[in-house]
Design a binder for this molecule. Sequence first.
Ligand code: SF4
Ligand code: SF4
Length: 178
Amino acid sequence: MNAKHADPAAEIREHMAACMQCGTCSASCPNAAFMDVSPRRLWRLAQLNRMDLVAASRTFWMCSACYMCTLRCPRGLPTTETMYALKRLAARTDAPGARSRQAFYRAFAENLEHWGRVQEGALMNTYLRRKANPLLALSFAPLGWKLLRRGKMHLPRGGHKGRLGPLLNKVREMEARP
Ligand code: SF4
Ligand code: SF4
């Protein structure tokens, strides 16, 4: 997010001010079925300054940053970046559900940094532990076993362990610069 804005919500509105409501982003989004408000509608709410409804939506949490909407937006708007800006804003303002949803993002980032790639089993283990909900962990056990048997999930191996450390340290260093 650009540091020149004291109000992150204002920057989000500014990003999406030129949205012409064509709906290409919604039609392109592979996760639209899991969103409560379509991306097009989310941008309209932002234009109308209904940031309360934007913040209450789970749409931006469902964004997997595939960049399809950004690639296809005829106005060239930073749609994916704005979805991320909304996640950061929700975390900063402690919006309802933000803490729980952030647990997954934190577990994902730590997993990637530790293993050098996403290690599915370890990721789910950390995530479910953070949720501190044994029933949730049990409900995923049959799916985990099925994925493991079919070779879609793997037990931790150390082949790439720590490989991304220097890259991520460099990113942190760049982000800390004034
Ligand atoms: S594709 Fe771009 S212009 Fe069209 S609705 Fe989405 S954000 Fe707006
Ligand atoms: S970047 Fe996010 S909002 Fe855009 S198409 Fe991909 S999942 Fe959907």
